[in-house]
Design a protein around this ligand. Structure first.
Ligand code: FEO
Length: 404
């Protein structure tokens, strides 16, 4: 791929993955990019690598600028294979290069690949690398989103290479946010940021707030944010910083997503009057059927709205498997600042709704009880109960939303 100069003598040498639709288990309907950057200074320095299948592309891109054998330093901000997977072929070409990495990164890398014979310099926050005309400062960001994670700041250019943070899974021909907006919309870009945050960074909201505060305290002038996925924030890096701060502070839309699954359509039939009750309170509402929707999209929609009503039939006295699966996944993401309720149908014995509330308790979410559970098919009276619960739920969502 053709390198793109993003700052004087700093080039994007990454790869565009137009076709990936399953990124370690979650859907990427728009593909993704693996971004890495070459600093063509007195000391040639590569910041990050790409996924192993794309090694050829980054090597060809580097060759357009310099002989890869001349690389003296390789910075590994993050060891996950989509960023460090092509390190071995790079090191074959530049065997004398020094790898800059955190202590946890080094320990992890040793488990992923044979690092014997490679030179390392273990770095921590504040350590620097002078490449000639540029000064790279490292900033540890543990658990954003792996223990090894760090960012690299280049003082002379106000450039923050932020690794996964501030990224988006979106394959685009243009490398910058302003180029993206000539072919897509602000809403699509914001949705891609939200999707990424919800599925990868949701558990780390307080760490994100702390790290942004630390960056502010260090007084780093940030002119550009270059993540390892998606577009580079050139026109307005403050936009994505503010979006992250908002999300870390619990910002959500004042609305409800109804996420349900159904066996013989009884729980689906309940969703309709619930939705109507919410609408009649003049509140935004969206309805998602789980088996018809990839998990990561359901997670994104959950995260987008202040309230969620979860619908589950009872099967063998417990929750329907797809709903249980969703809640287990959600618990791992440690959602905060959301209000929830549950509904569902049963045949001869209920229990799923109670179980769902048990899961909400485990997650520490605000609840509106008792939900609605009905036998077999919803009767007219049952539909009225659903409608009433929808209205009551919307009122509670509105009240709760005012706290933020
Ligand atoms: Fe894009 Fe944590 O890897």
């Amino acid at each position: 791929m053709k390198p793109v100069e993003i700052k004087p003598n700093i080039y994007w040498v990454g790869a565009i993955d137009w076709g990936v639709r399953d990124f370690h288990g979650y859907v990427t309907p728009n593909g993704t990019t693996y971004n890495n950057y070459l600093i063509a200074d007195d000391q040639i320095t590569l910041v990050d690598c790409v996924k192993d299948d794309f090694a050829k592309y980054t090597i060809e891109s580097i060759q357009n600028i310099v002989d890869p054998g001349k690389i003296e330093n390789v910075v590994i901000n993050h060891i996950e294979p989509d960023h460090a997977g092509s390190l071995a072929p790079i090191m074959e070409l530049a065997p004398k290069a020094t790898i800059y990495i955190t202590a946890k990164g080094k320990a992890g890398l040793d488990r992923y690949m044979d690092t014997s014979g490679w030179r390392f310099r273990v770095v921590k926050t504040g350590d620097t690398l002078h490449t000639g005309n540029k000064t790279l400062t490292f900033l540890n960001t543990p658990m954003l989103h792996w223990p090894d994670s760090m960012m690299t700041y280049i003082e002379e250019d106000g450039l923050l290479i932020s690794q996964d943070a501030f990224g988006q899974h979106y394959a685009t021909a243009g490398r910058f946010d302003d180029e993206f907006l000539t072919c897509c919309s602000v809403a699509e870009l914001e949705d891609a940021v939200l999707d990424y945050y919800a599925n990868i960074l949701m558990p780390f909201g307080s760490l994100i707030k702390g790290k942004i505060a630390e960056i502010e305290k260090l007084g780093l002038k940030i002119d550009m944010i270059a993540p390892d996925h998606g577009v580079i924030w050139r026109s307005d890096p403050g936009k994505v910083l503010n979006m992250y701060l908002d999300m870390a502070n619990g910002k959500a839309r004042e609305g409800v997503v109804i996420i349900y699954d159904t066996m013989w359509k009884s729980t689906a039939l309940m969703a309709q009057p619930l939705m109507q009750g919410i609408r009649d309170e003049n509140m935004e509402v969206k309805v998602i059927k789980l088996r018809a929707t990839p998990m990561s999209i359901a997670v994104k929609e959950f995260w987008k709205y202040r309230g969620c009503l979860l619908g589950t039939p009872t099967l063998n006295n417990i929750m329907y498997p797809s709903v249980a699966d969703f809640l287990t996944h959600l618990r791992g993401l440690r959602p905060k600042n959301r209000i929830v309720g549950a509904f569902g149908s049963y045949g001869w014995g209920g229990g799923a709704v109670k179980e769902a509330y048990g899961e909400f308790d485990r997650m520490g979410l605000e609840k509106v009880e008792p939900g609605v559970e009905i036998k077999y098919r919803p009767s007219l009276e049952d539909e009225q109960s659903c409608y009433a619960f929808g209205k009551a739920f919307a009122k509670e969502v509105r009240k709760y939303h005012r706290k933020f």
